[in-house]
Every structure is written in structure tokens, then in C-alpha cells.
Design a binder for this molecule. Structure first.
Ligand SMILES: Nc1nc2c(ncn2[C@@H]2O[C@H](COP(=O)(O)OP(=O)(O)O)[C@@H](O)[C@H]2O)c(=O)[nH]1
Ligand SMILES: [Mg+2]
Length: 698
């Protein structure tokens, strides 16, 4: 395939809240530009960019996919990103390869929770961007209302460069305010408009909107302002140039309109990308580290070669596939590059351009282009590959920590054996997942951004690796502590024939602040316990504390001071002092007012304002405490602290409470006392479980 120069390339991230129509728009673009020979649809499961089995089955984008088209002699690399909160981490990670972003907004819903999220990601990467008010063919869609919600959230800098002709089912055309031309479309056509006269009923509105646009463009450009006042208008090429630099400087964010699914406005979107979005070579240099110092590479063919790996896909058959952006230099097929993190040399054989799940081979890629290569040995997402003698590494993208964990259990012994290795591969692909064993409950946990995120892992384990597992809510890691003090003796004495066992210690126990753990103090003077037995006393306490006293949960945040005791020349041993300490610990717990502790999560919920009352009532019923409230546009943000035990099914409850219009994140905050009523239940359940086990063992 053809090699494109850096100035002929556009790397565009399609972003927006889930369901705003990104994948459908990408499908429309591919068809219009001739990259697919027939229309494809999300609802038919045949789009190029939603190719994964789980995506087809769920009809949503889970992971960013790429495809490219040629339009007006330019290569446009499209990154079709996820828009649902639980998969949004992948959007952030892949925007590292974009040079601009089209932010899609649903014409009915306006700006939604994840619209704001992806907007902030794009800001993090300093991406020039434009907004598309999409799905304008839908019932109740309104360009004006959606525009108001956009400007409320992102300010007046979001300025229309198009107006729709007709609304809802009658939406059939687009007025281009830059050239003052109108285009009509066939519904479900190929996305190419036919020029027609601006309908007289819209002439005045279009005139006003163009003046507003010119004013916004001229505001930052004195020469344009003067010309505008002189002539009362601006020729299209002057307006275009002014707008282009305003977009590049992120001073203006043009607003377009479309129905991606029906191909209305698609050609104008492609024209806009080519005319207004920057080529990679026009953007600032990449900044990284070389030899422990800050270093930069211009996006230019003449710089030393460097490439940043922004995504990894683990294919059970084809192996590891690495997606990269050529940050500087020219990458030739079969190049040997150094992985700057590990120092390993990697050979990049069969490099190519991504088109959904396929890679189209290419002989070389110029600075700024995006490509993929299979079978790198040790290269992972976030790594930089660079040419020997000119090493540089770019910072990996930081992702949000997981908010929810589930226990997973292999169905059979065979599944258990293969689970770890398969999970490792899935984790390579998605760096926002975690897999670990809970040291307290001994369960294997998979943590991610939400229940569906973890469910996708389960389905991939089965579909890709044939590993069968079941998901369970994790056991809440309760702990125990004390609220009072104790001063007790622990004495262990056993006489059996030969020499017996004898250990005796006096300990004091007292509570420590939350999070301190355990402290041991040796306060023995005069050798009432020989020094070499003191570690055995400590060990006895630590081991017994780990087993719990009330409900089998580790005891934390307390201090034990051993201050007296006695011993026997022949019968004392480490074991007997350990057993004495165990008795002392149990006696002390009995006296020191033991209590249960539970993890308290800090939770943030975002939902349309009309759900505010329901959300807060629900959080109260979960023993939660509201910590703060905020509104942003039409979005209500509620921050609260809620016991983890009450949050295990929150995701599902929240979906049904808000028809899926809310999202939340949650992380561990601190431990606090479990109220009496709940504590009694937990202790009773632990007793019952223990008796069950003992019966089994008998
Ligand atoms: N009426 C209408 N529906 C659309 C349009 N674009 C997408 N859809 C539908 O909205 C749903 C989500 O579309 P999709 O492209 O997957 O959205 P994404 O989550 O942003 O990628 C699908 O059922 C599409 O058929 C549009 O322009 N008009
Ligand atoms: Mg999608």
C-alpha cells in the first residue's frame, strides 16, 4: 500500500459518550471513501471497528480499533474509541496516538457524563477538537438544545460551522457556514451530498450564524477583524485559514451536525478533517527522557527513529499485536529497534496499517503515522521503541485505578491450572485490570472499572483460551480490633512423662490509631523470661492475631507489651512460649472490647440531575454518608462514603435506578467500626461457616 508523507496524514480520535454514534459514523466514512464496498452496521454486527466477539454480541465498543481511508489525497487514520465509563480507560490510552478528536454528542441527550470525561482526556493531550451533534434524525433531537448544552459545558468557544436543514425525520441537509453552501442528502445514501440552494426559510439564520462565526474567528486575529469591518464579510479562504489556526491553537472548537447512520453530512466531516485538523508534523514535539534528562523529538522524518506503543492486543492465534505511533523518523519494515525500558532489541517484521482486525502490509511509515506489528517479544503498552544510539522514552499514559473487584473461581482443576497464564495475556491488553490473590480471604480477584469490565474478562477467558471460571462478589475483607485495654497472664503447662512444656507471660494490650497495624514491645527486666524466648512470644501473638477472635478476620491496630513471666530450666521451649502467648492473646481479647472493622469506600456517582433525590436516598439506605454534591450542566455529581459491604451490587442497582444513565467510580478509603446490628450477623455467619468446616473435617 501507498506510503503517505507526514503532512498528508490526519490521526483523528472519534470520541464521545457511549451510543453517540462513533462506530456508525466510522462505518459511514469507510463506505463513503470506498474502504468498504458495502454499508456496514453496528446492529448487524459487521462493522470494521467493532470486530471483537464481545463487541458484536453486546453491540458496544469495548476497545479502541483503527481504520483508515483516503480522502482528497490524505490518509485519515480513525481511532474508534469506547464511550462507556467502564471501558473509557482504553479511550484515554489510545488518544496518545491522536492529533485531533471529533467529539460526538447525541442530538437528543446533549452532553453526557462521558462526553465530559473524553473532553478532559483530549485536553490532557492538548488535542485540537471539533464537536458533532449527531443522530439529528432521531425523534426529539434538537440542534439548538444540544448546542446549548455543549456551550454550557465547554463555553462559547464551541462555535457552529454548520446548521442542519430539517429536523428529526425531516433532517436531510447541512449548511456549511464557511462557504455558505447547502448540501442535501438521500437518507441512507452513501454519505455524499448534492449542492442545493439554501432554503429561504433558513437564509437569515445562516447569515446570522456566519456573522457570529466570523466574529469568533476574528476575535483573536486583528487583520481578519479589520477586513471584516471594512467589507462586512470575509471571503471563504480567509475565514478558512483563520478558523484553521484557531482550531490548532485550541481557541475554537467548531460544531458540526450529522446523522452518521444515515450518511447525512459525512462528506463534509471528511472535508473538515482534511482542512482544519492538523497533520502530525504540525503538532509540537514529543517530550520524553533520554539518559535521565528531558529530551524531545520533532515529528519529522529527519529525526532519529522513535515509536510509542499505545496499545497491545493479545490474539490467541496470531500472538501479540502492538499498535504504535511513529513519533519521529522513518520506520522501515524489518527494522531492529531497542525497547528502551528493557534494553531488548526487537525486530519489526511485517509492519502494516490497521484496518479493523487486519493489518495491511506497508514498506515504511513516515513520522506521525500509526501502524502495527505482530510478535514483539517483550514490548508492552507504554513502551518506546527507538533506534540504537538515539534512545528516548516517552511517558506511559496513566489510567484510573480499578473501582471494583470480583472473586473468580475456576470451574475445574484443569481450568485453574490454565487460568493464570490466560489472565496474564488479557491483562497485557488492558492495563486498567488487576489480578491478584487476596492475602486475607485467599480468593483470586479480578479488579476493573465495573462489573461489565470484569464480565468481559470472563468471556474472553472462555472464548479465547477455553478457560471456564465463575464470578462471585468478593468477600468483604473485614478486620478486627480492640477498643479497650487488657492486662492478662497466659500460661502453658503440660506434664507428659519425660520432660514437659512450660511457658508463662504477662502482657498488656492497648488500641492503636487506625492503619497502624501491630506493635510489639519487650518490657522484660531481670530475665523473668529469657531473651531468646521473646521472639516466640511475639510470634505467638502475631500468628493468633492473624486468625482473628470474633469472626476469623485479622486483628489489627493494637500494641502488646510483654512485661513479666516465668520459665522452667528444663521444660521451657520456644513452642511452649508461643502457646503461652496464644493463651494470653485470647484472654486479652476477651477483656479489651473487641470489635469488627469494615472497609469504607469513597464513591463518586454522576447522573442526570433528575435522579439526584433517588441517588441520595439510595446511598442513605446503604449506610452511606454524603460528602459533597456538585452540578455540572445537567449532570449531578454525588460524593459519598459507603461501606464496601453495601456496594457489592451497586452497579446493577444504579443501572436499573437510572435506566443506565449514570456512572460511578469507587475506591478504598479507610476502615471503620461495623455497627452492632451488622456485626452480630457477620459474627454469626462466621461461626456457622466454621462449624460447617469442622463437621466436614471430622
Ligand atoms: N437514529 C440514529 N441512530 C444512530 C445514529 N448513529 C448511530 N445510531 C444507533 O445508535 C446505536 C449506537 O451506535 P454506535 O455507532 O455503536 O455508537 P457508539 O457507542 O458511539 O460507537 C446503534 O444502535 C446505532 O444504530 C444516527 O445517526 N441516527
Ligand atoms: Mg462504538
Amino acid at each position: 500500500m501507498k506510503v503517505y508523507e507526514g503532512n498528508e496524514i490526519r490521526n483523528v480520535g472519534l470520541t464521545g459518550h457511549g451510543n453517540s454514534g462513533k462506530t456508525s459514523l466510522a462505518a459511514g466514512i469507510l463506505f463513503l471513501a470506498g474502504a468498504t464496498n458495502r454499508p456496514t452496521r453496528v446492529d448487524e454486527g459487521n462493522t470494521v471497528t467493532d470486530f471483537d466477539d464481545d463487541e458484536i454480541q453486546r453491540k458496544i465498543t469495548i476497545s479502541t480499533a483503527l481504520a483508515f481511508v483516503e480522502w482528497n489525497k490524505h490518509k485519515i487514520n480513525l481511532l474508534d474509541t469506547p464511550g462507556f465509563n467502564i471501558f473509557i480507560n482504553d479511550t484515554k490510552a489510545s488518544l496518545a496516538a491522536a492529533d485531533s478528536s471529533l467529539v460526538l454528542v447525541d442530538g437528543v441527550a446533549g452532553v453526557e457524563v462521558q462526553t465530559e470525561k473524553v473532553w478532559s482526556f483530549a485536553s490532557d493531550f492538548n488535542l485540537p477538537r471539533a464537536l458533532i451533534i449527531n443522530k439529528l434524525d432521531r425523534e426529539n433531537a434538537s440542534f439548538e438544545r444540544a448546542l446549548a448544552s455543549i456551550q454550557e459545558n465547554f463555553g462559547r468557544a464551541a462555535v457552529p460551522v454548520q446548521l442542519p436543514v430539517g429536523a428529526e425525520r425531516e433532517f436531510r441537509g447541512v449548511i456549511d457556514l464557511i462557504r455558505m453552501k447547502c448540501y442535501g442528502y438521500e437518507s441512507s445514501g452513501n454519505g455524499k451530498g448534492k449542492e442545493e440552494a439554501i432554503p429561504p426559510s433558513l437564509a437569515e439564520a445562516a447569515q446570522k450564524a456566519q456573522e457570529a462565526l466570523i466574529e469568533m474567528v476574528a476575535e483573536g486575529n486583528d487583520a481578519l477583524m479589520e477586513e471584516f469591518f471594512d467589507k462586512g464579510t470575509l471571503p471563504p479562504d480567509r475565514l478558512l485559514a483563520g478558523l484553521r489556526s484557531a482550531v490548532m491553537e485550541r481557541r475554537l472548537f467548531p460544531v458540526l451536525c450529522a446523522s452518521g447512520l444515515n450518511g447525512i453530512g459525512t462528506d463534509l466531516i471528511l472535508d473538515f478533517i482534511v482542512e482544519h485538523f492538523p497533520a502530525p508534523v504540525e503538532r509540537g514535539p514529543f517530550t520524553g527522557q533520554a539518559d535521565g534528562q528531558e529530551a524531545q523529538r520533532k515529528v519529522s522524518d529527519s529525526e532519529p527513529l522513535s515509536a510509542f506503543v499505545f496499545k497491545t492486543v493479545a490474539d490467541p492465534f496470531a500472538g501479540r499485536l502492538s499498535y504504535f505511533k511513529v513519533c519521529s523518523g522513518v520506520l522501515k519494515n524489518d527494522a531492529n529497534l531497542t525497547n528502551v525500558r528493557t534494553g531488548a532489541v526487537e525486530r519489526l517484521s511485517h509492519i502494516g496499517c490497521l484496518f479493523g482486525k487486519t493489518i495491511q502490509p506497508v514498506t515504511e511509515l513516515r513520522a506521525g503515522d500509526i501502524g502495527a506489528v505482530a510478535k514483539l517479544k517483550e514490548t508492552l503498552t507504554g513502551d518506546t521503541l527507538a533506534e540504537k544510539g538515539a534512545l528516548i522514552s516517552y511517558p506511559p499514559v496513566k489510567l484510573a485505578e480499578p473501582s471494583i473487584a470480583f472473586a473468580i473461581e475456576a470451574k475445574t482443576r484443569q481450568d485453574e491450572d490454565r487460568m493464570g497464564a490466560a489472565l496474564q495475556k488479557i491483562l497485557e491488553e488492558d492495563q486498567s485490570l488487576r489480578f491478584y490473590r487476596d492475602p486475607q480471604t485467599k480468593e483470586f480477584l479480578v479488579a476493573g472499572s465495573g462489573q461489565q469490565h470484569v464480565e468481559v474478562v470472563v468471556s474472553r477467558l472462555k472464548n479465547r483460551y477455553g478457560v471456564d471460571v465463575t464470578l462471585k462478589a468478593p468477600k468483604v475483607p473485614y478486620r478486627e480490633t480492640i477498643r479497650g485495654r487488657a492486662d492478662v497472664q497466659g500460661r502453658h503447662k503440660k506434664q507428659t512423662g519425660g520432660h514437659g512444656q512450660f511457658g508463662d507471660c504477662w502482657i498488656k494490650m492497648e488500641p492503636l490509631p487506625r492503619g497502624t497495624g501491630f506493635e510489639f514491645v519487650n518490657d522484660i527486666f531481670g530475665g523473668s523470661i529469657p531473651r531468646n524466648y521473646i521472639p516466640a512470644v511475639e510470634k505467638g501473638i502475631v500468628e493468633t492475631a492473624a486468625l482473628g477472635y470474633l469472626a476469623g478476620c485479622p486483628v489489627v491496630d493494637f500494641r502488646v507489651t510483654v512485661y513479666d513471666g516465668s520459665y522452667h530450666d528444663v521444660d521451657s521451649s520456644e513452642l511452649s512460649f508461643k502457646l503461652a502467648a496464644r493463651k494470653a492473646f485470647k484472654a486479652a481479647m476477651q477483656e479489651a472490647k473487641p470489635v469488627l472493622l469494615e472497609p469504607i469506600m469513597s464513591v463518586e456517582v454522576q447522573a442526570p440531575v433528575e435522579y439526584a433525590g433517588d441517588l441520595m436516598g439510595d446511598i442513605n439506605s446503604r449506610r452511606g454518608r454524603i460528602a459533597g454534591m456538585d452540578t455540572r450542566g445537567n449532570t449531578q455529581i454525588v460524593r459519598a462514603q459507603v461501606p464496601m459491604a453495601e456496594m457489592l451490587n451497586y452497579q446493577n442497582d444504579l443501572i436499573s435506578m437510572t435506566q443506565g444513565r449514570a456512572s460511578f467510580s469507587m475506591e478504598f478509603d479507610h476502615y471503620d467500626f461495623v455497627p452492632q446490628m451488622q456485626a452480630e450477623k457477620i459474627i454469626a455467619a462466621a461461626k456457622a461457616a466454621k462449624e460447617g468446616v469442622e463437621e466436614e473435617e471430622e
